[in-house]
Each structure stands twice: as structure tokens, then as C-alpha cells.
Design a protein around this ligand. Sequence first.
Ligand SMILES: [Zn+2]
Ligand SMILES: [Zn+2]
Length: 159
Amino acid sequence: MSEAYDGGCECGAVRYRMHGAPIMTNCCHCRDCQRITGSAFAINVMIETGRIEILKGEPVVRTLERGDKGDTRAWRCGTCDTLLYADHPMFADNARFVRAGTLDRGELLIPDAHYFTQSKYTWVVIPEGVAQFTTLPENGAGVNLGNERMARLMATLAG
Ligand SMILES: [Zn+2]
Ligand SMILES: [Zn+2]
């Protein structure tokens, strides 16, 4: 029986566990995320780096150079290449963005916000009342996550 926030790659060589609920879940509809996932958007589950434990295997880290946008690191299975999680320059080494699709029960996490809707596929309909941004909000999540999650978000912001 797996824990609520366990996940892993497609081939099973890497397994990980998130300790506790994420800070937030967002869908990113930017072109980079579309290309990397080969899909309409990426589902990013934000959590403190220290709350991710590798249970099996060893993810391989690769840097994606993105010019002005700042480099992003992505952790993948070295065998099947599944992208498990990435970081973001806004949060330096403090947070990871787990790909919800690699969680055993990713469907339990409901997105708090949608980013980069300027390149959203037109047939993707965002539920009414869910925050959406044409690009990225200026700072942090752009949406009020409540006291506990906002405090955790602020604690992970770089600089
Ligand atoms: Zn694998
Ligand atoms: Zn993106």
C-alpha cells in the first residue's frame, strides 16, 4: 500500500515520497512545459525540497538553459528519462515542482492556479473561480493560499 504522496517514474527504477501536503498545485500552459511534457500543460506540485525523500534509485539532474528566464534543473530517471520534478529560479534550491502525473494519486491534488494561459490550448477549459494568469504572477503564487500555505510559500522564495 503506497502512502498518499508517493510517486515514481514510468519504469519503476526511481520512487520518491513527498512528506506532507504540497504548498500549491499549478498548471503551466507555457510552450516549454508543453514541449517537455508533450502535452497541453504541466501539472506542477510545489513542495519544500527537504520534504522530498528518494525511496529507490537515484534521479539524474540536468540543467535546462533558458536564457533570460534563468536556468531550470530537472530531475529524471536515468533509465526511462521520466521527468519527476524540477526547480524554478524564483525559489532557488528551496522548492521543487513535482510533476503530478508521476504521483501514484496525483488526481487528488486540485490546481490552485493556471499560469501562461496566453499559450493555453483553446479546448482546455479552466474551472470557474480558479485563478489564471496570462504569464506568471509578479511574485509567488499570485493567489491567496491561506495562512499556513502562504507562510510556507514565503519561506521558500529566493533572496
Ligand atoms: Zn524510470
Ligand atoms: Zn511552464
